[in-house]
Write a protein that binds this ligand. Structure first.
Ligand code: UD1
Ligand code: CA
Length: 452
């Protein structure tokens, strides 16, 4: 039997933020989501989250995760006090308790599984994860013998000068035999520099207490301030880029690009410098992205090219060319082989295959049939100040430069719109539509004489 408890009640004073620390985002997911995800694979019988500071906000952020039990810790009097709150909900529980710090987000699933295995094979009362850090400042120091038996953990601020030289560091990740821990939890005292109840003090009260040292010390990085947040972001970004390079993606300048966990790439994609992928960004085979593009929650078909552009919640079919300087906003859907050029914005519109919107246009709430050619500066005037209206343009139609299509409006197929037209009425298929003043030419025009 396994229960997992995540400590997430602390305020995170050192972040200097209005957001509770465990809700700080890291590569698109919050710290606490990452910590919870790292033990999903173990399929624990119980999953408990200890909340306190801004408890409601933390609970709301996790409302989509089933089977989480929220346990309130009020006030927050230390990590030992946090785990004391489990004495009631786990009263009849008779298995192992895995305790994870909500601010240690880089742990790998295999590492946790390995910790649990070691704990069970040793029959330990507690097994904790450790690492040797080059700079262990701020972390608890673990005192252990060469067989891995732990005698005590001393917090950095409670250490003597000599104890600080020990760089065996407590990760804040523990496997406890719950009945044994439950028996000693009430004995914790606040006799330390912070006047708090420390979970780490239970280790000296339990026997046998063992530790497992992780090979990759990055995994135990704890986040207490913005510097550590940025360092963890760098580790995650590096892991993601390495993964995708191994899968056949070229990054011209990897360090200048950022990815999310849910970003995915086909084969032979080239990512040029300064590109950013967020949310579920799904990039097809043979695409060329960048330089300088942001792709957020969008699907990009095979062989598409996107240069210096922003694509958000949009769908781009194969062989499209976007940019430079285009913006595809939510609900933009481009069929195969479309071309969207510079200073073009497309929102909530479907463009069928082969459409061209090459220069300086706004297309919103619109539906374009195949091979529509939108002339430079064409605007769909979709908003009357109160409501949004639709524009429909049939296949094969062409709009001249600087046309304004005042919605709601429907143009049939193969319509030609003369340059500079403002159209307010529907146009039948095959027609030429002009909506502009007739050109007036006055020959031999004498300009007025200058006044003295
Ligand atoms: C803790 C450990 C330290 C370890 C380090 C690893 C203790 C006493 N110290 O120190 O040995 O090296 O983690 O990162 O445990 N929390 C609560 N309720 C509270 C206080 C904290 O739920 O009353 C939660 C926090 O939200 C956080 C976690 O516990 O997720 C750790 O708390 P934090 O104050 O960051 O502990 P550290 O000082 O980092
Ligand atoms: Ca911490």
């Amino acid at each position: 039997m396994l229960a997992v408890a995540v400590l997430a009640a602390g305020k995170g004073t050192r972040m200097k933020s209005d957001l509770p620390k465990v809700l700080q985002p890291l590569a698109g997911a919050t710290l606490v989501e990452r910590v919870l995800a790292s033990c999903d694979q173990l399929k624990p019988e119980r999953k408990l989250l200890i909340v306190g500071h801004q408890a409601e906000r933390v609970e709301q952020s996790l409302a989509h995760r089933p089977g989480l039990e929220f346990v309130l810790q009020q006030p927050q009097n230390g990590t030992g006090h946090a785990v004391q709150q489990l004495l009631v909900p786990l009263k009849d529980f008779n298995g192992d308790l895995l305790v994870l710090n909500g601010d240690v987000p880089l742990l790998r699933e295999q590492t946790i599984a390995h910790l649990l295995e070691r704990h069970r094979s040793c029959g330990a009362a507690v097994t904790l994860l450790t690492a040797r850090l080059a700079d262990p400042t701020g972390y608890g120091r673990v005192f252990a013998d060469s067989d891995g038996a732990v005698s005590a953990i001393v917090e950095h601020r409670d250490c003597s000068e000599e104890q600080r030289n020990n760089n065996l560091t407590n990760a804040g990740i523990y496997c406890f035999n719950w009945p044994k821990l439950a028996a000693v939890l009430p004995q914790l005292s606040t006799d330390n520099d912070q006047g708090e109840l420390y979970l780490t003090d239970t280790v000296a009260m339990l026997s046998p207490a063992m530790h497992l040292e992780v090979a990759d010390a990055d995994e135990i990085n704890g986040i207490n301030d913005r510097l550590q947040l940025s360092q963890c972001e760098a580790v995650i970004q590096d892991r993601l880029r390495r993964h995708w390079m191994a899968e056949g993606v070229t990054f011209v300048d990897p360090a200048s690009c950022t990815l999310s966990d849910a970003t995915s790439f086909g084969r032979d994609v080239v990512v040029e410098p300064q590109c950013h992928f967020r949310g579920e960004a799904v990039i097809g085979d043979g695409c060329r992205i960048g330089p300088g593009s942001l792709i957020d929650n969008s699907r990009i078909g095979d062989r598409a090219e996107i240069i210096y552009s922003v694509v958000r919640e949009a769908v781009v079919a194969r062989d499209c060319a976007i940019g430079p300087y285009a913006q595809l906003r939510p609900g933009a859907e481009l069929g195969e082989g479309c071309r969207v050029g510079n200073f073009v914005e497309i929102k909530k519109s479907q463009l069928a295959a082969g459409c061209k919107v090459n220069h300086l246009s706004y297309i919103g709430d619109s539906e374009l049939g195949e091979n529509v050619n939108v002339g430079a500066g064409t605007i769909t005037a979709n908003y009357d100040g109160v409501n949004k209206h639709r524009t429909v343009i049939g296949a094969g139609s062409k709009t001249g430069a600087n046309s304004v299509l005042v919605a709601p409006i429907t143009l049939g197929t193969n319509v030609t719109v003369g340059a500079g037209s403002t159209l307010t009425k529907d146009v039948v298929s095959g027609a030429l539509a002009l909506g502009r003043a007739k050109q007036l030419v006055k020959e031999h025009w004498q300009p007025p004489a200058a006044q003295s």
